[in-house]
Design a protein around this ligand. Sequence first.
Ligand SMILES: [Zn+2]
Length: 493
Amino acid sequence: MRLQNTVALYADETVASFASRLAAANGIPSITELLMDAEHSMAGFLNGDQKTFNTLAALGGVTLDDLTQHAFIPTGISTYRCMGHELGMRNLLRGRSRICPACFREDKGPELTPDTALGAYGRILWSLASARVCPIHRLSLISAPENTVQHEFSDTWSLWLPEIGEGSLDQLVAEGGLYEEHVARRLAGDILDGWASRFPIDALGATCEMLGISQIYGKYAILGGISGAELAVATSVGFRFLDSGPTEITAYFETLRRALGQPQDRPQARYGRIYDWLKRGAGSGPELEPLRAILRQHILENWPFGGRRSGARLRSYIRRLHSIRTAAKTHNLHPKRLRHILTDSGIITEADLPDFEVLFSAVEAQEILEQASGAVTFSAAQKRLGMTRSQMETLIRAGILKPGEGGEKARPRFTEATIQHWLAFFTSFRSSPKWDSLISIVDAARKYGSSTDRVKGLILDHSLTKVYSVKGVIGFSAVVIDKAEVARLLVKS
Ligand SMILES: [Zn+2]
C-alpha cells in the first residue's frame, strides 16, 4: 500500500507538511485528493482520526506513533496535543503555512526547483501564534503573499519558489528569536533551567508578548498598531525578562508601582494591562499561576489596603524583600554606603542596577543593616532620650515612639534616625523667660492625673501652643509646657 515515492518525516515537522509533501512527491496536488483516493476525508485527518492516520502511515511508510506525535490531536473543545505538549487553539495558527525563507532554502539544497522544493518542510514551531522569528536565521516567519488553501504546504509554496530563492521575502529581526529558540528546544525534548520552562509553550508566548509590550511601549500599550517585527522583538524582551525569574519580575512590578501616577491609583492603574490580563483576561488561566502568584505577593507586601477584613493581616506582614532604596530609607543609611556594605558582606552581587531594582532578603540582611545603622537597644534609647522604662512603653503603645525593624516585642530596637528625630524634637522649642509658669511633662501628668503619652499627644497635635525647651538639658526632660494651658486641657477632658 506504500506509495511509490516517500518523503522523510522530520523530527520537528507537522503532519500536514508531511502529508502535503507526500502527495506532491507522487504527483497528487493536495492532501485532500491523496486522502480521497484512499477513501478518507480531510475532516478525519484534521481530527486525528485513527483509521485515517493508519492509512496515511502505511502510504508514507512511517509508524502510526510517529505520525500521531507530530499531529495536533484534539484533546478538548479548544485544545490539542502535539509532541507531548498541550496547546490551546487560540495560540495556534494551524492551517496557515508559515516559513522561514532561509530554512526553506537550506532544506532544498543548492538548486531550487519544484523537485528539490519537496525537501523543504513546515516546522511545528511555525504553527505557534507567538512564534514570529526563526531562532536560527532571525528572519521573520512569513505567510504566503497571497492566500491559498489551508494546510497545503507544498501547494502553497510551490508558487513562490523564485521569491524564496532570491531572498525577496527575507526580513531580518536581529533582536528577536529568544522565545522561539526556547520552544524549539523544548519541542526537541530538552530540559531547560530558566523560569520560562514552568509555563506551557503556548501560554508562555502570549505572556512574553504581554510583558515585552509593557516594558517597551508602556503599561497601557495594546497590540494594535505594533508591527509583526516589533512584536517579535517585544516577545524576545518579554522572554528574557520572564526567564530570569521572580526577583527580576518583582523588581519590574516595583518600578511600575513607583512610577508617577495619581496618589489614589489602585493596582489596576499602576500595573496597567498586565494586571487585568492576569486577573480576568486571557492570562487568567491556571497555567499562569506562577506569574500571578508573584504579582499577588508583591501587592500584598506593598499596598496598605485590601479591605477592612484583611487590613490587620496586611499591616502585620513581615517584609521579605528589601531594595537598596527601601532599606536605606528604613535604616537611615546613605544608599551608596549601603550598597558597599551589602556587596562586601556578599548579600548582593555587584550589579549595574538602580537602587530600587537591587533586591535582597530582608531577613538575611537584618543584622548587617542594624549594625550599619547603629540600631539602638531599648535601654540605650531610654538613656539617651531621658525617659523611664514605663514612659517609653506608654509612648510605644500610643504609637508615638515607633520601634524600627529588628529586636522583638519585649525588647524593641530603634533606629538611629528615630533617636535623632526625638532628640531634635525635644530641643526644638524656644526658651521661655518665665520659668515660674512652666511645668515638665512628667510633673504635669502626675499633677493632673494624666499620662505622659497623653501630654505628649497634646504637644504633637498642637493643642498645647506654649511649649519650650530648657537650654542645656538633653532628652525628654528638656521639654516644658505652660501650667495653665495644660491644666485647662487635661481638666477639661
Ligand atoms: Zn530559519
